[in-house]
Design a protein around this ligand. Sequence first.
Ligand SMILES: *Cc1c(COP(=O)(O)O)cnc(C)c1O
Length: 405
Amino acid sequence: MKRREIVKYISMAPLGGVALSGLAAAQDGMPGQGFKGRDLLGELGVRVFINAAGTYTSMTASLMRPETLEAIRQTSQHFVMIDELQDKVGERIAQLTKSEAAVVTSGAFAALTLGLAGILTGTDPEKVKALPKLEGTGMKSEVICQKGHAIGYNQALTNTGCKIVVVETVDDVRKAINEKTAAMHFLHINADKGKILHEEWIALANEYKIPATIDIAADVPPVSNLSRFNDMGFAFVAVSGGKALRGPQSAGLLMGKKNVIQAARLSMFPRGETIGRGMKVNKEEIVGMWVALEEFIKIDHAALAVKYQKSIDMFDAVAKAAGATTRVFTPTLGNVTPTLDITIDKAKFKKTADEIRHDLMHGGDPAVAVVGGPTNLGMTAWCLKDGEDKIVAKRLKQVLEAAKV
Ligand SMILES: *Cc1c(COP(=O)(O)O)cnc(C)c1O
């Protein structure tokens, strides 16, 4: 690379502070050259869209902040020992979340599997190697959870070899507990769908000296939820990194008691003879996750909620003007963001909700993604970039007006 080109490369770089490692990479002839101007997703023919749906995994959940992207780029230029990086980042995350210990996993799902693995194995290397075989190993094999909390994501728990024992009442819990009980699991987003709330769940678990565990994957904001369940005494807390935290989509947080996190690490890469070896998280994502968490804690969530509410009110006005019945609300347990529900009534629309969603996504430009069921549309504003709300309102108006009877 000629000096002139190097200077050009630096001035092309999208972010400040990249000079040193950016320069090294460019000299190696790796990134940067002949790359500018390519539209990779366009080359692939992959449709990009405005996300008025929400942090859905299938839609790639969220966009990383510039700070996270810079953390990823910077980290990508260096070799490190992965365990040392996990130790150091884990300490920072533990401070930020007021947990005893923490580790970056490849998502909340992996955090659930690895956290439970840690509870099952402790620091016994033979047990670590044996998972997911539990029989004859001396390990416990049952996880108790409430009926309203028994969702598909509990597959993360059964991946350890454990089975789920479903209960409804406190009495059921007392009957279900036995010498095989490994943990009592709680799903925060469904707290209102069970008869037993967090504190009582923990008290019961403590009474029998069984670890209580919790899935809060999609339940930040509020920021306070990052520490609330650690404070309550859950043995581990699993959070998704790629949803509202806007970290790398394939990252998440496992935090909790020091002994549990330490034991969980034994089932994690780079250790090979483990159930967690495939749940790898690279150095870029580990550092990216930490920086994303820092940014998430720093930003003004109240101001953001006001901004999202304005966008939702704009969509609501469009839907109402087209004759639809609507409901605007902010969920309290998870996905805590202003949300719009639009009822697509047969008497008022000649198209079904499915057809309307299809028209928003495929019937014009730019494509707009919303969610919902057979008779409704669901929308949020927290995945929109600045200014996109006006485009969404315009497309929604076009599609709804054309669908009117
Ligand atoms: C999204 C989600 C998960 C999985 O999170 P990942 O970070 O994608 O692994 C687990 N539990 C619940 C309740 C979720 O919403």
